[in-house]
Write a protein of this length. Structure first.
Length: 505
């Protein structure tokens, strides 16, 4: 009888996620076959045949592990034996507080490490369709430029309508940065959607003057140009950039995503807003709200400047800014289980950007987890995900079920996301200064971030040192916290809706 522990894990895609997954599997003593179609089949963005080629920026963003979620992810990956982070450290170039790398040296070093590993075989070939049935443990990490044949096969297997399109991303705002003395909770006409209470949106009102100034700013704002390889791909249905809608007429937005109808401002019931910006809850924790219909090609600095002119968002902190670009990703919360396996075909596991994470480091981190999960499965070990209080666990939880589906009709609402503190379960207690001193402003924000990162690294070490039982206990505890928070949020929304209806009567 064949010893299943000696059968190879097949990994499709040699980008950051696939390279990290291969390293993690091989580190457990399991053979790996890494399939990379370049140079046999080129993509529109890659320039070389190197593994882990960086096709855009050479920056892995902030390396601050105390105050930045991606910096925390860096640190966690280092502690988890990441090849990508080890190689990035060795090929670092000056970039202030960011971790930037010599892109050619970085890719060459990753390629050399994987090529030299005795348990890793690299096959330069395209996997044109779903992997053969005798590949019983597969990680698909083909990224946003998945080959058309494989993308079509995945779409047919998952029942998705399409995978390659212009991905319309609306900005996401941290809930606690919205000024609720200006904004209010209400659904249009108090309509209750699935799982809703009739007060499911945060509404920000604009006067006529504010609306017209906003439209002028959108039209004049500096936009990001499409890449050459994006230019021939049409916009996804119903997802025009907000500035394109503004260019079609000054009143277009008032009769589209900014329509004020069916809403009453409880702060000034006698005043009818000329336009409304609505934000919809984006995650089950209730910490993030997305700006409905605000997909955009404005540059990030312009988005921050212009969107902070909206009443109630003057001090908005953005977990993610908007964008439109060609992408290939799964509706992961519906299609993947908690260990990144395709529910309808569990032999297939997905990693990297195709799962709906955004960014180099996030892609590699999900590759790291997929590799560890695949190795544990091959060794018949129990698989326990990292606690959601860690950066890895928070990102995984978002991908596999932390997202809240839209309550109204329209294109699917799950969108790619960078790691950010809005994905983490809230702290059990408010942060305090020395001798219990109450903190305010920037001091409070920094202290909260330090508390989140400290908790994350403690829980990561417990998970690593304590084994499955400790991890399971932490995950259960965090899940209970999320459940309590969600119940409280729903109760608050229901009460606010009841009070508003009573006042109206």
């Amino acid at each position: 009888m064949t010893d299943t522990r000696l059968q190879a894990v097949h990994i499709v895609g040699g980008g950051l996620a696939g390279s990290e997954a291969a390293w993690q599997v091989a580190a457990r003593g399991i053979p790996v076959v890494l399939h990379e179609m370049r140079p046999l089949r080129a993509t529109a963005a890659h320039k070389t045949d190197a593994l882990a080629e960086l096709v855009c920026s050479n920056s892995f963003r902030s390396d601050d592990k105390e105050h930045n979620a991606v910096g925390l992810l860096h640190e966690e990956m280092r502690r988890l034996g990441s090849l990508i982070m080890r190689t990035a450290n060795a090929n670092q170039v000056p970039a202030g507080g960011a971790l930037a790398v010599d892109r050619e040296g970085f890719a060459a070093a990753v390629t050399a490490a994987l090529t030299a590993h005795p348990l890793i075989e690299i096959r330069r070939e395209e996997v044109a369709g779903l992997p053969p049935q005798d590949w019983d443990n597969v990680i698909i990490a083909t990224g946003p430029l998945t080959s058309p044949a494989l993308a079509e096969a995945i779409a047919q297997r998952t029942g998705a309508d399409a995978l390659a399109f212009f991905d319309a991303i609306a900005p996401i705002v941290h809930r606690d940065s919205i000024d609720m003395s200006v904004a209010w909770f209400q659904s249009r006409y108090d309509k209750e959607g699935p799982g809703g209470s009739g007060a499911d949106y945060i509404n920000c009102p604009l006067t006529r003057e504010q609306y017209h100034a906003f439209v002028d700013a959108l039209v004049a704002g500096d936009k990001v140009a499409f890449h050459d390889w994006e230019a021939s791909t049409p916009y996804f249905d119903g997802c025009l950039p907000i500035e394109v809608m503004a260019e079609r007429g000054r009143e277009t937005l008032r009769h589209g995503p900014m329509k004020p109808f069916g809403l009453t401002n409880p702060h000034a019931p006698e005043v009818k807003p000329y336009a409304i910006v609505q934000l919809r809850q984006d995650n089950k924790l209730g910490t993030l709200f997305n700006m409905v219909g605000f997909q955009t090609k404005l540059k990030h600095g312009e988005q921050t400047r212009i969107f902070r002119t909206i009443p109630g968002l003057e001090k908005a902190e953005f977990a993610r800014l908007g964008g439109l670009h060609r992408n290939t990703f799964l509706d992961s919360p519906k299609l993947l289980d908690g260990t990144l396996r395709l529910s309808v075909e569990p032999r297939l596991r997905f990693a990297g950007q195709i799962t709906g994470c955004e960014g180099y480091v996030e892609s590699a981190a999900i590759g790291l987890l997929a590799g560890r999960f695949a190795a544990a499965e091959r060794l018949s070990e129990a698989i326990v995900a990292p606690p959601p209080t860690t950066a890895h666990g928070a990102l995984l939880a978002h991908i596999t079920g932390g997202h809240v589906e839209t309550i109204d009709a329209g294109p699917r609402s799950y969108q790619p996301m960078n790691v950010n503190f809005g994905l983490f379960p809230p702290l059990a207690h408010a942060v305090k200064g020395e001798a219990g001193r109450r903190l305010r402003g920037p001091e409070k924000a920094l202290a909260k971030k330090r508390a989140l990162t400290t908790r994350a690294l403690i829980d990561l070490e417990r998970w690593l040192a304590g084994g499955h039982h400790a991890a399971a206990a932490l995950a259960s505890e965090a899940s209970g916290q999320r459940g309590q928070l969600l119940k409280c949020a729903r109760r608050t929304l229901a009460l606010s809706g009841a009070r508003r209806r009573a006042a109206a009567e």
